[in-house]
Design a protein around this ligand. Structure first.
Ligand code: NAD
Length: 352
């Protein structure tokens, strides 16, 4: 058994930099060796937590004990730090959104390939239980063939913090939360995208979007509505899935929700008309209880490597990387297309 310990230095010791320490702790083969931040107070926090603090990025990169650099700074400096770290011979993990453009991302990948170092992006929400549960329902064809999905996150707290509200730092909700929901979406189907429509919202008056809605169609006929909102005092469900045999709703990260499917053992029973507003309707009456089956949402039993377990396993040549660079690139191209669709107020027909 290999007991090698890989040392990781954290560049950018803010909210997410600190959180990574918690993610790394259970993985015995990675150890946080030190932190570097441009703000003194953040360095003090690092010291208090017992980590070595570096006086500069150069000091991190020339420390031969550092095997991996984790980048958890605001988005605008990810590229420069990543390239410098790779050229210094370090493996690199970068927070999302990895870069603001796909071109910048491909520049990093080129250097990673030249230097033969591992470069990956912390698309951690691929491990989220709500996503895994939705994907499990879809993969097992519990709803028959999926033909429409809605995936959204909504809050009422505006855009948090400071740099997230500024364009130069790569702020805005499409880059911040959109990158997660779009990354998840592209894991759900193998089909190529056919068209993209989108609207960005600027309710809060910031120079960056405070949310967006995008309608995406795939070549296999699947349609997806992806939405991020920061001005929603009442929120819609996290997931809404429609298949040829049923519908599922996952209301929140707590996995509350239900699945209702056609009962294959009972012939369709005509619903009775119901009073709806000032009229009667049969079309919109709920399906009869006898002709449908109702299930609770169940968490799938998936035993998988965590993000960091996978990273170590890749360094040791035992696993494929979980977050692949071509997948990251595809998400960035989709984000660029959403910006373009919103700016031009048009439906972009593009194979992605
Ligand atoms: P933050 O503002 O809390 O922390 C950023 C830190 O980087 C600050 O301490 C700042 O002083 C430092 N910094 C800025 N420029 C620097 C530089 N050139 N060199 C070294 N340090 C520098 O922001 P945050 O919320 O921690 O976000 C950081 C990154 O993590 C962003 O890319 C963000 O999108 C990402 N993030 C990811 C998730 C996730 O779930 N994957 C969640 C939150 C944030």
């Amino acid at each position: 058994m290999n007991n090698r310990i890989y040392n990781i230095a954290i560049v950018g010791f803010g909210g997410m930099g600190g959180y990574h320490c918690q993610l790394i702790e259970p993985v015995s083969q990675i150890s946080v060796i030190g932190v570097y931040d441009t703000v003194e107070y953040r360095m003090e926090l690092g010291k208090e937590a017992g980590y070595k603090t570096y006086a500069s990025l150069d000091a991190v990169l020339t420390d031969e004990l550092v095997d991996i650099v984790l980048i958890a700074t605001p988005n605008d400096v990810h590229k420069d730090i990543a390239i410098q770290a790779l050229q210094a011979g370090k493996h690199v993990i970068c927070e999302k959104p990895v870069t603001i453009t796909s071109k910048d991302f491909n520049d990093i990948v080129k250097v990673a390939n030249q230097e033969k170092r591992v470069f990956t992006v912390h698309q951690n929400r691929r491990w989220d239980e709500d996503f895994r549960t939705a994907k499990d329902i879809i993969d097992k064809k519990t709803l028959g063939e999926l033909f429409h999905l809605e995936s959204r996150v909504q809050g009422a707290n505006g855009i948090p913090g400071d740099w997230r509200q500024l364009k130069d730092y790569g702020g805005g909700m499409l880059l911040d939360w959109g990158v997660h929901l779009l990354d998840q979406l592209l894991q759900i189907t193998d089909s190529q995208i056919e068209s993209v429509a989108a609207n960005l919202s600027y309710i809060l008056g910031t120079e960056v979007d405070d949310g967006f809605t995008s309608y995406i169609t795939f070549k296999d006929g699947l349609t997806a509505l992806i939405e991020v909102g920061t001005t929603n005092y009442v929120k819609l469900p996290r997931w809404y899935l429609k298949g040829t045999e049923g519908t599922a709703v996952i209301r929140d990260w707590d996995l509350s929700g239900e699945i209702i499917t056609r009962n294959p053992d009972v012939a369709h029973i005509e619903p009775k008309p119901i009073q709806a507003g000032q009229g009667l309707t049969k079309t919109m009456a709920p399906p009869s209880e006898q002709s449908t089956l109702k299930f609770a949402i169940q968490k799938p039993d998936l035993e998988e490597q965590s993000f960091y377990e996978n990273f170590v396993s890749v360094l040791e040549g035992k696993s494929e990387i979980a977050i692949k660079n071509d997948e990251v690139n595809r998400v960035l191209v989709l984000i660029e297309t959403i910006f373009e669709a919103a700016e031009t107020k048009s439906v972009i027909h593009r194979s992605i």
